[in-house]
Write a protein that binds this ligand. Structure first.
Ligand SMILES: Cc1ncc(COP(=O)(O)O)c(C=O)c1O
Length: 383
């Protein structure tokens, strides 16, 4: 199928990168669960040699996500962490990366405990402040690695402004777009250079697959990443590729409902007497509400709120019935978590305190259930 150049977002999500299966006409790309391909003769094959190097299901997903993020090419990996790690292979010993200080704990762990000993250097700054980014740049800085909104403080970075600043210093901008999803913001169109996702979250959307993807804008990054994906081999398998490809078809409708549910729940929590603070970019008291309105389509599915203390969090969390206590986010079902003990346990306590991750902070990943049921569950748990 040839999509028009002006095909709109939902149409791109459903159709981009996919053709009816040439042998049967199956409208859905099959799961090519094969490790190798029979060759017609020496050096004669159909473009498929070995499952790590080429897989039609994975390649359909890669074309699909490249189109959704408006990139030149995409490469799918076994997890979001594997995708982020693949980006570091572009660096050389002595190179430096400036990173959002409130980045995902696993990213911090990878940078500090796996990659630093190879001579890479990372500086963590509040990327919502352009002056802080600029001060952190050194002549060895190669990447600015941004998360916006951050997890769980939901701080935003002005992407066009950060990209403009980074490019003046010859620095490439990577955006981990996991938290927003490409429905809400498309960093490449906003001037950034590389997007990375944990597809485990909104892109797949059904909590049944772990994966990651790198989306590239510049041609000169593409061949290098193709080489690394094959050489290091942390590929996404065919079954998981198929699941994510199914997930992206419904991304727009899931995100519309996610946005609506999350805004309603954030407003509900903001007026709740047992809640000391609500952080959500769609509330007018969020310090970057104006930027959120400008940069995002809706305000996303993550809400953080504070119940005042660890003791109170320990009382409230086991009482949820509909919302499940679990790590991860971006699925159709609503999840709650306690960042200090769960997702951010690998971040040292003093860094947690500096970022604002208090012991009473609870994060909700809002699903697409009926919002009245979600409100009732919150009320009974907080009561
Ligand atoms: C923002 C963000 N980036 C990356 C990752 C890592 O992805 P994965 O768990 O698929 O390796 C996560 C996981 O929670 C995340 O929240």
């Amino acid at each position: 199928m040839k999509l028009n150049d002006h095909a709109r977002f939902s149409t791109v999500c459903i159709h981009a990168g996919q053709e009816p299966d040439p042998s049967t006409g199956a409208i859905i790309t099959p799961i090519y669960q094969t490790s190798t391909y029979v060759q017609e003769g020496l050096g004669q094959h159909k473009g498929f040699e070995y499952g790590r190097t080429q897989n039609p299901t994975r390649m359909a997903l890669e074309r699909n996500i490249a189109a959704i993020e408006r990139g030149t090419a995409a490469f799918a990996f076994a997890s979001g962490m594997a995708a982020i790690d693949a980006l570091l292979t572009r660096l050389e010993s002595g190179d430096h990366v400036v990173v959002s200080d409130n980045t995902y704990g696993g990213t911090y762990r990878l940078f500090e405990r796996v990659r630093r000993k190879f001579g890479l250097y990372f500086t963590y700054v509040d990327t919502s402040r352009l002056d802080a980014i600029e001060r952190a740049f050194t002549p060895k800085t190669k990447y600015l690695f941004i998360e916006t909104p951050t997890n769980p403080m939901l701080r935003l970075t002005d992407l066009p402004a950060a990209a403009e600043l980074a490019h003046r210093h010859n620095v490439r901008v990577i955006v981990d777009n996991t938290f927003a999803s490409p429905y809400i913001q498309q960093p490449l169109a906003l001037g950034c250079d590389i997007v990375v996702h944990s597809t485990t979250k909104f892109l797949n959307g059904h909590s049944d697959s772990v994966g990651g993807v790198v989306v590239l804008k510049h041609e000169d990054d593409v061949e290098r990443m193709r080489f690394v994906q094959n050489a290091a081999g942390a590929i996404l398998g065919p079954m998981d590729s198929w699941l994510v490809l199914r997930g992206t078809k419904t991304l727009p409708v899931r995100m519309e409902r996610t946005n609506a549910n999350a805004l309603a729940l954030a407003q509900h929590l903001a007026s709740h007497p047992k809640v000391t603070r609500v952080i959500y970019p769609g509330l007018p008291d969020h310090p970057q509400y104006e930027l959120a309105k400008r940069q995002m389509r809706g305000f996303g599915g993550l809400i953080s709120f504070d119940v005042g203390s660890l003791e109170r969090a320990r009382t409230v969390l086991p009482r949820f019935k509909l919302m499940s206590l679990a790590e991860s986010l971006g699925g159709v079902e609503t999840l709650i978590s306690h960042p200090a003990i769960m997702t951010h346990a690998s971040v040292p306590p003093e860094r947690r305190a500096a970022i604002g991750i208090t012991d009473g902070l609870i994060r909700i990943s809002v699903g697409i259930e009926d919002v009245e049921d979600l409100k009732e569950d919150l009320d009974q748990a907080l009561s």
